[in-house]
Design a protein around this ligand. Structure first.
Ligand code: ATP
Length: 240
């Protein structure tokens, strides 16, 4: 794996997505500061230098590997389990967030691009809040979580821990797809058995009791119309 560290960039995901066609080895890009961090669907991920750990990992998957839909969820499991081992109590919000006390501690953004016929690459971006000043929280517009304990840890040690967890999980995902992660995801589900609404572009699409994910990573909802499977996409979930 090739490891690159930069002082500042717009978005580590954008940088790796630009270069993904010419990569030959898995590549980790770490930025001390990101000035144009991205979320899903053009949303932004805000950070301050040193306040948020931001990095992206470009990883090659064999062509014909199982559905990539569950990849952000598998990454969530890997990161969340490692954070738990490091003493930070976290849970998962479908499809791509890591919560602490019901507030966002980390976000995951997976982007992919088919490169050669034999394989496809995914760029996996992580933004993990270490220490969020009140000013930044105001800018984000909602309460968010951070982790003072992790902020005190040696930054390289923390990165090494997360990278190791990711490498194991991505290898597992290549071989078995999301099915290897379903139970682990469901154990960490923040909204298990809770009434939630699924929003799309400001409109309520579904409302029901969330009871976990299936083998592809779809969210299972018990609604008045029966069981619904929610596919990934530009959908966000709001607890009622
Ligand atoms: P939603 O927050 O509506 O459920 P989402 O989880 O898909 O959507 P993402 O696109 O993953 O959101 O992340 C972008 C959103 O995260 C921003 O719109 C903002 O509300 C929030 N955000 C931005 N920076 C941070 C941060 N450092 N910590 C926590 N949340 C942040």
């Amino acid at each position: 794996i090739s490891i690159e560290v930069v002082e500042e960039t717009g978005s580590t995901n954008a940088d790796l997505m630009q270069r993904v066609k010419s990569l030959h080895t898995p590549t980790l890009l770490v930025a001390r500061h990101q000035t144009a961090g991205r979320g899903r669907a053009g949303r932004t991920w805000l950070s301050t230098p040193d306040g948020v750990l931001t990095f992206s990992l470009a990883w090659e998957f064999p062509a014909g590997a199982s559905s990539m839909m569950g990849l952000p969820l598998a990454v969530g499991v890997a990161i969340a389990e490692r954070l738990l081992q490091l003493g930070v109590p976290v849970q998962l919000k479908w499809p791509n967030d890591i919560l602490r006390d019901a507030k966002k501690l980390a976000g995951i953004l997976v982007e992919s691009q088919a490169s050669q016929a034999q394989s496809s690459w995914a760029v996996i971006g992580i933004g993990l809040n270490l220490s969020i000043p009140a000013e930044l929280e105001r800018e984000i517009g909602q309460e968010v979580a951070d982790a003072a304990w992790l902020a005190q840890m040696d930054r390289n040690q923390l990165l090494a821990q997360l990278l190791q967890a990711l490498q194991v999980a991505l290898t597992e995902f290549s071989l078995q797809g999301f099915s290897a992660f379903v139970e682990r995801w469901n154990r960490l589900h923040a909204h298990a058995q809770q009434m939630v609404v699924i929003m799309e572009q400001g409109k309520v699409l579904h409302q029901g009791i969330a009871f976990g994910v299936d083998a592809l990573g779809c969210l299972l909802l018990q609604t008045e119309q029966g069981e619904q499977r929610i596919h990934s996409g530009d959908v966000s979930l709001r607890p009622l």
